[in-house]
Design a protein around this ligand. Sequence first.
Ligand code: COA
Length: 151
Amino acid sequence: MVLYRAAAASGGLSRKPDEITHAYVAGFLHQAVEAGISLMAVRDGQVLGEIHGWPMPQSQFAHVFGDITIAVRPEAQGQGVGRALFQGLIADITTMLPQIRRIELGCRESNARAIALYESLGFVVEGRLKQRVFDEGGFYEDDLAMALLVR
Ligand SMILES: CC(C)(COP(=O)(O)OP(=O)(O)OC[C@H]1O[C@@H](n2cnc3c(N)ncnc32)[C@H](O)[C@@H]1OP(=O)(O)O)[C@@H](O)C(=O)NCCC(=O)NCCS
């Protein structure tokens, strides 16, 4: 919760800090442990970052890995933690979940750092969901649908 609240305060996540509840964190960790993957970056006992996601439950979409969220503590951003977490996730998906062909995520258009990271990993923008995100500043921005084909 400390990590996600701090990351939410720095922007980029789909939740504001007061929407990072115990139920939210327990829920995604439970779902990732049950059916997907959660990876944490830890230094000196402190969680610096986390990434998680899981395959879609319906049989028609069982080859799609989604619901991905990644967060790095603001003071640890820009040091390669996010890249290491995402590379670890892709490596684990390809070895542990051989049915997965497609990894997908959403990212608001203003999150240049995240988009640069995803594109450098091979993700491409497949679509633009216009005015999907409402920002506290009082304006709407587009959400980008991005995907990486792994097989
Ligand atoms: C997006 C986020 C996960 C990236 O993690 P990070 O540890 O800061 O990123 P890294 O240090 O691994 O950098 C990865 C890439 O991001 C890009 N990047 C890093 N800093 C950047 C900056 N200031 N401006 C633009 N791009 C930048 C670069 O492409 C970098 O690649 P490089 O390793 O070749 O330099 C992290 O900033 C974060 O948690 N942000 C808040 C939550 C969030 O936005 N989550 C994603 C929601 S879609």
